[in-house]
Design a protein around this ligand. Structure first.
Ligand code: ADE
Ligand code: ZN
Length: 330
């Protein structure tokens, strides 16, 4: 089954590039950029990856991203993730990046987007991995700061397919970003938002009603609202679910309690994703394996989850058709 899950063609629709920064690369970049890390070794760093909630993780995640300074750093980060995708038969990716995490440290927007975009272009030409880059606003920062990030992105709209909303969900509901999402959508960008990860089902409804998102990231708390579940099914609104993230951040106490397959069986368009694999113990294949081990996911369910990842991606229709065709022999 592990071999089957690894070779199964898949798309990843919820992956923070900063969350794919492996400890070894973090140490290498810290040395290259003469940055002092508050840890003596990889072992000491990973011992700190023991989170009780989203905020405890975010504190370390933002600290880790501080080793990223140059265009080459962003290239190396993105390329390392692409190499994982190649070995795990991930043939289409829609990664997130958090520009404000970097511009607030004085790194120019162009440095960030150039390194990431160069790696994504190489992924297409060298490995045939297609992609669409999504820029996230940090919801713990102000609306004004989000408008500023959007303005900085304007010269690079050819490199970005959409906007997202991430960081601390509790205390930062979607309403604050309604105007900046409207502006971005008016610029032709697609939209997603983290909602119903730690926060209530109402945040999912508000992301749909106020932000007009095309997909919901996480969305596992939809289960608390049967009317919302019905709406997600009839309107075919996809959820990008992240199983290992949810157990590592204690959204579910154990994988056996995860609701992804329950929602799948109810007809919700759920997909499997890795979120921040360097921090949560696994990339896409490991997330599929965790569902098989923890929830008894069948091969048929795995294929349906992979099908959803292509169907609800933002890829062009010809590319979607080509990817779906690859599943025919599974
Ligand atoms: N940023 C990176 N990972 C995140 C998550 N799981 N939730 C919210 N913001 C994030
Ligand atoms: Zn996320």
């Amino acid at each position: 089954m592990d071999y089957f899950l690894n070779t199964l063609p898949k798309a990843e629709l919820h992956l923070h590039l900063e969350g794919s920064l492996e400890p070894e690369l973090m140490f290498r970049l810290a040395e290259r950029n003469s940055i002092e890390l508050p840890y003596d070794s990889v072992e000491q760093l990973t011992a700190a990856y023991d989170f009780n909630n989203l905020q405890e993780f975010l504190d370390l995640y933002y600290q880790g991203a501080a080793v990223l300074l140059t265009e080459q750093d962003f290239y190396d980060l993105t390329w390392a993730y692409i190499e994982r995708c190649r070995t795990q038969h991930v043939i289409h990716i829609e990664p997130f990046f958090d520009p404000q995490t970097h511009t607030d440290r004085g790194i120019p927007f162009i440095t960030v987007i150039s390194g990431i975009s160069r790696a994504l272009k190489n992924a297409e030409t060298e490995y045939g991995i297609s992609s669409g880059l999504i820029m996230c606003f940090l919801r713990h920062l102000s609306e004004e700061a989000a408008f500023e990030a959007l303005q900085q992105a304007e010269p690079y709209l050819d490199n970005i397919i959409g906007i997202g909303l991430d960081s601390s969900e509790l205390g930062h509901p979607p309403a604050k970003f309604a105007r900046v999402f409207a502006k971005a959508r008016g610029m032709g960008l697609l939209a997603v938002a983290h909602a119903g990860e730690e926060g209530p089902a109402q945040n999912i409804i508000d992301s749909l009603e106020l932000l007009h998102v095309d997909r919901i990231d996480h969305g596992v708390r939809a289960i608390d609202d049967p009317e919302l579940i019905k709406r997600l099914v009839t309107e075919k609104i996809a959820l990008t679910v992240c199983p290992l993230s949810n157990t590592r951040l204690k959204v579910f106490a154990d994988m056996s309690q995860h609701n992804i397959l329950e929602m799948l069986e109810q007809g919700v368009k759920v997909t499997v994703n890795s979120d921040d694999p360097a921090y949560f113990g696994g990339y896409l294949t490991e997330n599929f394996i965790a569902l098989e081990k923890g929830l008894g996911m069948s091969k048929e369910q795995a294929v349906l989850l992979a099908r959803n990842s292509f169907e609800y991606s933002f890829a062009k229709s010809e590319r979607k058709a080509e990817m779906l065709l690859e599943l025919n022999c599974y």
